[in-house]
Design a protein around this ligand. Structure first.
Ligand code: FES
Length: 523
């Protein structure tokens, strides 16, 4: 059953189905200095849940976000709530031992149960559905990995069952099923928590970018607009930590993945599916009037310069093969960070920073890890014991696999740095079509040119402002992406994501009346 991509064209614009189906309230930008007890930077699931827990415990909390609420990874997730993180437990036992692997499972399963209880207790309308999580193998060697994962489940006491086929048109050799997991609409769920924050008078600010933290007795978060938020504790829940005093850029690597929501004629069987092998494939249903299915995958390291539109085309083919006749209604992509040992960093930013906390490196499992992180961080701030602190501590460092991965990832960064500098552009502005970006040579130096829908050209210096690697064009998302640590920029150079804080240097911009002018920008 081959899908004819012409039967369902891929829309031009990317947009997440979650934002298209819920309207979140909006908030003002911060325009004054504030004094509070806890400042939370980043309003995705981690920041919002942390604010809810801390405010409920009686603390004064302020929540800020550099953009719109949930506009980062939280608004672009598959929204699976699960402790089954593809294949992980056999690997974890090998790397951190049985006891820590068990704690990792328990922490995640408790997060799943916590969300389920919240939904039940408050009758939150968020399309919450209990579903089994299923990792499946299509090749013999992957089936072997499922066998090992099953052994790990049994050692750790994780409830599961095994199947030798699935009721989907996939060549499944073996599947491992974890019952009592769940899926939901993340923004409907967070809409409820945001309304509770409003009831508890928690101030929330959007378009408020934190740029620095000063520590002088209290912590002072400085915003881009020049305001100060003074508090005892700061939680950094900004996806990549904006205040990197722990070499996080060298201890995590960024990956992009792709998702599409498709209308089908028939619903898929119960379950949230993920492939054990590559290319990664994820399938889950979406509770809606007509059967809608989310299909995801095509993970790759950020900024490697390939045509990212091809990833959507491959997903569309896969969706057509599995679902038959279908129509693509949304497609979008997301960025995730993976830590050296695949366990998120949750806790004090570093052993020297007693009042600055971080939560990052959730790989693809942010709904569960974000909730787990909010519970763990709020316990730490409230000085309550939490049995999972040491497993997720950002200060942990084990010889294997962290050292090996550290060396591999950082030697790749060095290779990208050198490759970008010696690469010669083979294209020029004349090759540009509307709404396209390319690498050109400007006065003998590598530069990035983008022509917008109306034919206006902008040229940026492709040197990443974080540590000097060369960014590449991402045609799927219309962004400049850095292969080293995942910073992403708009076509005109402004920072979207990642460790970089300053925009790309703007070298040239065609003005509105089509006269050209050179523009230099500072910082
Ligand atoms: Fe680090 Fe670009 S993100 S050099």
């Amino acid at each position: 059953m081959n899908h004819d991509p012409k039967a369902s064209p891929i829309p031009d614009e990317t947009s997440s189905i979650w934002f298209d189906t819920v309207h979140l309230p909006s908030f003002q930008l911060l325009k004054e200095n504030l004094v509070t007890e806890v400042t939370i930077v980043g309003a995705g699931i981690t920041g919002i849940t942390s604010a809810y827990l801390l405010a409920k415990a009686g603390l004064k909390v302020a929540l800020i976000d550099a953009g719109q609420l949930c506009s980062g990874t939280t608004g672009h997730t598959t929204a699976k709530i699960t402790a089954q993180h593809s294949l992980i437990y056999d690997e974890l036992i090998g790397h951190v031992g049985e006891e820590k692997a068990r704690l990792y499972y328990k922490a995640n399963q408790e997060a799943v149960d916590w969300i389920a209880n919240m939904v039940r207790k408050h009758d939150i309308h968020c399309d919450f559905q209990e579903q089994p999580a299923i990792v499946y193998a299509e090749m013999e060697k992957e089936a072997g990995k499922i066998e090992k994962e099953l052994e790990a489940y049994n050692k750790l006491g994780i409830p599961c069952r095994v199947a030798n086929s699935l009721d989907l048109p996939l060549q499944v050799k073996k599947a491992l099923i974890m019952p009592h997991q769940a899926q939901f609409h993340p923004l409907m769920y967070l809409h409820f928590l945001i309304s509770r924050l409003a009831k508890m008078d928690v101030p929330i600010y959007e378009q408020t970018m934190a740029v620095d933290i000063e520590e002088s007795g209290s912590c002072i978060v400085r915003t881009e607009e020049g305001y100060r938020i003074t508090s005892r504790d700061v939680l950094i829940c900004s996806h990549f930590p904006f205040y990197d005093k722990g070499f996080y850029f060298a201890r995590m690597y960024p990956e992009r993945s792709y998702l599409m929501a498709v209308e089908t004629e028939n619903p898929i069987p119960e379950g949230m599916y993920i492939s054990a092998g590559e290319p990664k494939r994820s399938i889950r249903s979406l509770s809606a009037g007509k059967p809608v299915v989310l299909v995801g995958g095509e993970n790759h390291k950020t900024g490697r310069g390939e045509n990212t539109s091809l990833h959507f085309q491959k997903l569309a083919h896969f969706a057509g093969d599995v679902l038959g006749k279908m129509k693509i209604i949304n497609h979008w992509s997301a960025q995730d960070y993976t830590t050296l040992d695949k366990i998120p960093y949750i806790g004090r930013l570093s052993s020297a920073k007693k009042h600055i906390y971080v939560a990052t490196g959730f790989r693809k499992w942010g709904m569960t890890s974000g909730t787990l992180a909010a519970r763990l961080l709020s316990d730490q701030i409230l000085e309550r014991d939490n049995p999972y602190s040491s497993v997720f501590s950002p200060s942990r460092f084990a010889a294997d696999p962290m050292v090996r991965r550290f060396v591999i990832e950082n030697s790749k960064v060095a290779a990208h740095l050198i490759k970008g500098k010696i690469e010669r552009a083979r294209t020029s502005v004349d090759d540009l079509e509307n709404d396209q970006g390319i690498i050109i040579s400007l006065n003998g130096k590598r530069a990035g040119a983008y022509k917008d829908e109306k034919g206006k050209i902008v040229v940026v210096d492709t040197t990443c402002t974080h540590m000097g690697c060369e960014v590449n064009w991402n045609q799927g998302e219309r962004t400049w992406d850095c292969p080293c640590h995942g910073s992403r920029y708009k076509p005109t150079g402004e920072v979207i994501d990642g460790p970089a804080r300053k925009p790309l240097n703007l070298l040239f911009a065609e003005s509105k009346d089509t006269e050209s002018k050179d523009t230099e920008r500072e910082g």
